[in-house]
Design a protein around this ligand. Structure first.
Ligand SMILES: NC(=O)c1ccc[n+]([C@@H]2O[C@H](COP(=O)([O-])OP(=O)(O)OC[C@H]3O[C@@H](n4cnc5c(N)ncnc54)[C@H](O)[C@@H]3O)[C@@H](O)[C@H]2O)c1
Length: 314
């Protein structure tokens, strides 16, 4: 039987779908959702929920003891675009929440952790194409600096204290259930909503900015597969590169035009262009494929079909 799981930041873009998937798999009472705010109606109705601040060690510890939690998924964070506006708040949230969870494991109160990193760990000096697992990492954003530091701490806690912490570097994630929370790839979700609502979208990145992206179903199955993998198969204790597709705003516009021929995309790049320019355009994820059988299912066209089909039914 699955021992109880706690999700911190469960009401966000990833947390909402992760919570639902874990509940479908292990039963609703085995998965405790938590966040500093309430989430969607379907999430709130789907099982136990606690209002919980991921930066408050004692509060997390209370919930962990109460439900006899064994595994924690830490999804609370401030994302790339918002973090540039509030650097110290981003650093405090992203690092303190991670230390809280790592230290709970060090104190043997929980035994397994999932913590997501990001392609933002890479920087302008990183090879952009097919970016290797290990390479130059000089992130130039507050968010990227916090994720790179987080990766170093995860590996350190594994080596020093034997903590079973697992991580992937998510690319930009595309989903229809929950809106994204202030990242540089948010355009690739907003564009589908606007295509259906008004037939036009003002993109905040240039038309030829190629970035690694992934459909949410693939991101969730990667997360579950990694967490279920045998310990001896995990050779990377910082964070695994994870890839599926790469495309530009121009290419997503063409993919949408296959379904909505009159769709019009315009371009008004803002401060997020600079962030996007510092990130890879494609990712070498051969370690994830080799170690725990990672295999993505969705490309751009199947993502577009799924997004438009689901949003039309909303
Ligand atoms: N969405 C992406 O494209 C993407 C890509 C790479 C990495 N990631 C990482 O995945 C994780 C989840 O991302 P997301 O897209 O779901 O983010 P999100 O912004 O949609 O959700 C984050 C959630 O954390 C909650 N939160 C904020 N402060 C909190 C606090 N102090 N205590 C508890 N909860 C708090 C928010 O209310 C929100 O529900 C983050 O670590 C993020 O950096 C996301």
């Amino acid at each position: 039987m699955q021992k109880p799981i706690l999700i911190l930041g469960a009401c966000g873009q990833i947390g909402t779908e992760l919570t639902m998937e874990l509940r479908a798999k292990y039963g609703k009472d085995a998965v405790i959702a938590s966040d500093i705010r309430e989430g969607s109606e379907s999430l709130m109705d789907s099982g136990p929920f606690e209002l919980l601040d991921a930066t408050n060690y004692e509060a997390i510890e209370d919930v962990v003891m109460h439900y006899e939690i064994d595994e924690v998924y830490l999804m609370a964070a401030m994302l790339s675009a918002t973090a540039e506006k509030f650097p110290m708040r981003a650093w405090n949230l992203n690092m303190n929440s991670l230390f809280n969870v790592l230290n709970l494991a060090k104190d043997r109160k929980i035994s397994k952790i999932f913590w997501p990193s990001s392609i933002a760990v890479f920087g302008p000096n990183t090879p952009k194409k097919n970016t290797p697992q290990s390479t130059i990492m000089e992130p130039s954003t507050v968010y990227g600096i916090s994720k790179q530091s987080g990766e170093r701490w995860c590996e350190y806690y594994f080596n020093k204290f034997g903590i079973d912490v697992r991580s992937v570097r998510y690319p930009g994630l595309i989903s229809w259930k929950t809106m994204p929370g202030g990242g540089t790839t948010d355009y690739a979700v907003e564009v589908y909503h606007k295509a259906l609502e008004t037939g036009q979208y003002n993109c905040f990145l240039q038309e030829d900015t190629k970035l690694p992206m992934m459909y949410m179903d693939d991101a969730i199955s990667a997360t579950l597969n990694l967490m279920e993998a045998d310990t001896e198969k995990i050779s990377v204790r910082s964070s695994y590169n994870l890839g599926s597709m790469s495309f530009t705003p121009n290419e997503i516009a063409h993919s949408i035009k296959e379904h909505i021929p009159e769709f019009q995309m315009d371009y008004q790049p803002d401060f997020r262009q600079q962030i996007a320019d510092s990130w890879p355009s494609s990712i070498d994820d051969s370690f994830a494929k080799r170690d725990w059988g990672w295999q993505p299912k969705f490309d751009l066209d199947s993502t577009t079909s799924e997004m438009l089909r689901n949003l039309r039914q909303e």
